[in-house]
Design a protein around this ligand. Structure first.
Ligand SMILES: C[S@@+](CC[C@H](N)C(=O)[O-])C[C@H]1O[C@@H](n2cnc3c(N)ncnc32)[C@H](O)[C@@H]1O
Length: 227
């Protein structure tokens, strides 16, 4: 009988087989230390490989993500796109954006990534207006910042995602920064947890998305938009 969670060594085996650490990722992770940036906030290699797979499956060309940090997720997303594809990456911290830009240039994907500075929750309207003006919808969205705003980002995503496009969101099961509070404890009152519970329920019940939570690392929500 196969019971209990899959042993960690098997998960490590999968990650090392399909997404071994390459030089650009090594340098990006090192840049976190060198620049006194938070370590462990970046997506893991198995999450990156999952994004790569899904973006290639749907033929993604345009992606927007919230939260650049040192560029790990932007790197995976950019790798998944053909030449001419674009990742728009929104980051609040200008110093971290500079680190990410340098990392992405060094990794050979700088030309596919445009980092825009600002608060994601204050940039959604401009992003939607840009899509309406150009007619260029996004094939994929990755939410990894401003977690208390996830429910409103889900509502917004319908304005900018093309039918068949995919919404990803990180930390929908857990996060280091919740200070011991957990998703399922009814007493948890961290606004991010309350927002994520709401986001997960909205995605699960959404009439125009088919979604699930993939139990990789911190829990990655994924929803396919039917339009
Ligand atoms: C979890 S990290 C992103 C990790 C990144 N996606 C990766 O995998 O490497 C969150 C990032 O979002 C940025 N951030 C925080 N609040 C933000 C906001 N309101 N709008 C945009 N970026 C924000 C932080 O500075 C940080 O770099």
């Amino acid at each position: 009988m196969l019971t209990g969670p899959i042993p960690l060594e098997l998960l490590d085996y999968v990650r090392d087989l399909f997404a071994p650490e390459d030089e650009p990722l090594k340098a990006m992770t090192e840049s976190l230390r060198q620049n006194s940036m938070p370590e462990g906030w970046e997506i893991s290699r198995d999450v990156g490989q999952f994004f790569l797979l899904v973006c290639r499956l749907i033929g993604a060309k345009r992606v927007v993500e919230f939260g650049t940090l040192a560029g790990h997720s932007a790197y995976w997303l950019a790798k998944s796109l053909p030449e001419g594809g674009k990742v728009i990456s929104i980051e609040l911290n200008p110093e971290w954006a500079k680190v990410a830009q340098a990392n992405l240039e060094r990794a050979g994907v700088g030309h596919k990534v445009e980092i825009r500075l600002g608060k994601a929750q204050e940039m959604t309207e401009a992003l939607a207006e840009e899509v309406e003006r150009t007619g260029l919808k996004y094939d994929a969205i990755f939410l990894d910042a401003a977690k208390a705003h996830y429910p409103e980002f889900l509502v917004w995503s319908e304005r900018v995602l093309r039918p068949g496009g995919v919404l990803f969101a990180d930390n929908v099961l857990r996060a280091d920064s919740w200070q011991g509070q957990t998703l399922l404890d009814p007493a948890s009152d961290d606004p991010r947890i309350l927002a994520i519970r709401k986001f997960n329920a909205m995605l699960a019940e959404h009439p125009r998305f088919t979604g699930t939570i993939v139990p990789l690392r911190a829990g990655v929500a994924m929803g396919v938009y039917h339009g």
